[in-house]
Design a protein around this ligand. Structure first.
Ligand SMILES: [Zn+2]
Ligand SMILES: [Zn+2]
Length: 270
């Protein structure tokens, strides 16, 4: 499928559309809650008492916008390659494979992204990587939507890579792939905005990732908590966590007697 457009046109559409969505739409929601309704934070904020200091808020905004545009340039270039030169394994005609394969490819694409997101994120919490790269994303202990992409640029590129990669290794319809990419963007927003948004089936509450920013080395999953349950990295009730507690979900139990025989509080339900 060729749209007959030059690379600069892909870049222009990507940058205008991407920024309209990120700075425009995201900014309006942010303004409504964080500026207009700041005094009512008890009603809408996940961490109602806490706001980022002005300097940190600004830093997250500029770093977030810089990284977001970096990814947009890479993605727009890839889109040019996909549409104009057939680089990927995406196909454009549903009839090429049946509906059963369409559903399977959707599942495989999601699983690829979720597994990569979890293991890369959990890897970022190993002390060596944390102290060099991932700590930047954790400067924002009460996240706002700018913090979706506020991290070390190398880490951000690694995250963008596993979102782009399925298009090049899993044959799937363009619509399937675009739906998964759109879902990752929406959930990234949902989880970082710091606003009490409705619970989403399978995904759970957006407090899950907000708690990741608050308690550091817990809750690494992205679209769900599947891998956190497998690896016991979900936050547990009664356990203590801080930036130096590199223990995954187990954290530190300060009063084992308060938690009974096993001194292991139950994993929180989000
Ligand atoms: Zn983290
Ligand atoms: Zn985050």
């Amino acid at each position: 499928m060729q749209l007959g457009m030059a690379m600069w046109q892909y870049l222009l559409i990507g940058l205008i559309g991407g920024n309209a969505l990120f700075i425009g739409l995201g900014g309006i929601v942010h303004w409504w809650y964080y500026v207009r309704n700041r005094d009512n934070s008890q009603r809408w904020k996940i961490q109602p008492e806490r706001f980022l200091a002005k300097r940190l808020d600004r830093e997250a905004m500029w770093l977030g916008i810089f990284n977001y545009n970096l990814a947009t340039v890479v993605m727009a270039t890839l889109a040019w390659g996909v549409f104009e030169h057939g680089w990927s394994r995406l196909y454009f005609d549903f009839a090429e494979h049946g509906w059963d394969y369409t559903v399977l490819s959707l599942f495989l694409c999601w699983l690829f992204i979720e597994a990569a997101a979890y293991y890369m994120h959990a890897g970022g919490h190993l002390p060596w990587f944390y102290k060099r790269f991932h700590y930047i994303h954790h400067r924002y202990s009460t996240p706002t939507f700018w913090t979706i992409s506020a991290m070390h640029p190398l880490e951000w590129i690694a995250h963008a890579s596993y979102i782009a990669l399925p298009a090049f290794i899993i044959p799937m319809h363009i619509g399937v792939y675009m739906s998964v990419v759109a879902m990752t963007f929406i959930l990234g927003y949902w989880d970082h905005c710091g606003i009490k948004f409705p619970r989403i089936p399978l995904h759970g509450s957006n407090r899950f990732h907000d708690d990741h920013h608050k308690y550091f080395h817990v809750n690494f999953g992205f679209t769900c908590n599947l891998f956190d349950r497998i690896h016991d990295t979900a936050r547990r009730e009664g356990h203590h966590y801080d930036e130096l507690t590199f223990n995954g979900g187990q954290g530190i139990v300060r009063k084992p007697e308060a938690l009974g025989e096993r001194a292991m509080g139950p994993a929180l339900k989000y």
